[in-house]
Ligand binder design. Structure first.
Ligand code: ADE
Length: 239
């Protein structure tokens, strides 16, 4: 898939491509990532990209025209239709389900705002959806776009070395992840739970599921939809 990021700081996004799973996905040809700067489409000596808000108030609002010209160039860079996402605290929450949905598209354009935001008319005309990475305010959409790039890159087929690990992750089945242990078995900080050394795969799976349910119950009860629990999960929770 292809992701284009429209940002006043495209170097920020270039960092995503430099290492880790995203870097590998790009190397393996699973993902193309490109940054675009609306300032390259701004007019005048100052290459202005923002102005004061009508109605008064603090901060600046990003101008329509540099963003529009930039998006036109971005769209023209690839014939496939692009899904344009504006990163904003007003957006719908980014969830693992949403990440899967985005990862299945051919082409994403992530639009990053700075200052107080972007002229609403540009958003209405060019943007398909708004996405938020959480109920807090960042000083720009770049970090949020980097989060989307990471979560979508690791969901590309072949991006992870162990194909299993994306399925086992937290949230893939709506629950938090279970605890993990590695060597040594005995340590001053504690021992590895015996069941993990038992070789009994059914017991290990049961223990992990119980840990997932217990952790989710105590840390994120909002994630547990009791009506959706299987009878087996319900039994584990009651145990
Ligand atoms: N831009 C500023 N804050 C943001 C947030 N919480 N999520 C996405 N984009 C943002």
């Amino acid at each position: 898939m292809r992701i284009d990021v429209v940002s006043l700081f495209p170097e920020f996004i270039a960092q995503c491509a430099a290492f880790g799973v995203t870097g590998r996905a790009i190397e393996r040809g699973l993902l193309t990532l490109e940054g675009w700067n609306p300032r390259d489409h701004a007019e005048g000596n100052y290459r202005r990209v923002d102005d004061r808000p009508f109605g008064g108030g603090p901060g600046m609002v990003m101008l329509i025209d540099p963003l529009r010209a930039c998006l036109r160039e971005v769209r023209a860079a690839d014939p496939r239709p692009a899904r344009v996402v504006y990163m904003s605290p007003q957006g719908a929450p980014l969830t693992q389900r949403k990440a899967r949905e985005l990862a299945a598209s051919d082409r994403l354009v992530l639009l990053c705002g700075r200052y107080e935001g972007v002229d609403e008319r540009l958003l209405r005309a060019e943007v398909d959806e708004e996405l938020s990475i959480g109920d807090y305010v960042l000083s720009g959409g770049e970090l949020a776009a980097a989060v989307v790039v990471d979560t979508v890159a690791r969901l590309q087929d072949g991006a992870l070395n162990d194909a299993e690990s994306a399925v086992q992750d937290s949230f893939e089945d709506g629950l938090l992840d279970c605890p993990h242990y590695t060597r040594p078995v005995a340590h001053a900080l504690g021992d590895v739970p015996g069941v993990l050394l038992s070789g009994n795969h059914a017991e290990i799976a049961r223990w992990r599921r119980m840990q997932q349910l217990g952790r989710t119950w105590s840390r994120r009860p909002d994630l547990i939809d009791e009506r959706a629990l299987s009878p087996a999960d319900r039994k584990l929770l009651d145990a």
